[in-house]
Design a protein around this ligand. Structure first.
Ligand SMILES: [Zn+2]
Length: 142
């Protein structure tokens, strides 16, 4: 099946949390999810995803983390995502993230895990046991 995508509205009230900036954050994300290096990115810079992760919208990182976690949980790596925002239309700090999926339950779960990873990397939450999280998502496939 093609053409299925999940749309998430991401509201980030705190201006300081709307962007991820820094080599350290990118390094922590890549250490946890090395497959991110293989992502292509249509909406980001021409320097590739690794450079993009050193300075990008948090919601854009959420998109790529979600796709990577889905891939680890068995979804095709060909799936794509998109992050858009129009603060004038939607309000400040509102981002629209869409991600293609093969299984909606895996996609929803992956978004949650991606959010947890971002909270951790931004110093807002506990570290995430990716292996356990991915195993749980795999189990949804039955
Ligand atoms: Zn991208």
């Amino acid at each position: 099946m093609e053409g299925k995508s999940i749309h998430a509205v991401v509201r980030i009230q705190d201006r300081d949390h709307r962007r991820l900036v820094g080599d350290e954050i990118a390094g922590r994300l890549l250490a946890m999810l090395p497959g991110l290096e293989r992502h292509s990115c249509e909406s980001g810079s021409a320097h590739g995803i690794v450079a993009e992760l050193t300075d990008t919208e948090t919601a854009h990182a959420l998109e790529h983390l979600t796709l990577e976690i889905m891939a680890l949980a068995g979804s095709p790596r060909s799936l794509r995502g998109l992050t858009e925002w129009d603060f004038a239309r939607d309000g400040k700090g509102v981002f629209r993230v869409s991600v293609d999926y093969d299984r909606d339950d895996v996609a929803v779960g992956a978004i949650r895990v991606a959010r947890d990873v971002l909270e951790w990397v931004m110093g807002q939450g506990a570290s995430v046991d990716i292996e356990t999280a991915v195993t749980r998502l795999w189990a949804l496939r039955g």
